[in-house]
Design a protein. Structure first.
Length: 71
């Protein structure tokens, strides 16, 4: 999924901030958000979690899920 995430970050850089997290180097964050599966995508708006989803998927589905949550 990393190439997909990077492509979406580049294509939507004017409307989204997309970051990645190395779960092995950040166990506190994994615990804080009760992450159970990878990849997990957490969507924030104004610093608050507004949704999340997991799993590998095509780029179009990935973008659709993000914008569905943000609507």
């Amino acid at each position: 999924m990393e190439p997909t995430v990077d492509a979406v970050a580049s294509e939507h850089r004017d409307t989204l901030i997309i970051g990645t997290l190395d779960i092995d180097k950040n166990p506190q964050t994994v615990s804080e958000y009760s992450l159970r599966a990878t990849p997990t995508y957490i969507i924030f708006r104004d610093g608050e979690v507004v949704g999340e989803f997991t799993g590998a998927m095509p780029k179009a589905t990935f973008v659709e899920r993000i914008f569905d949550i943000l609507e």
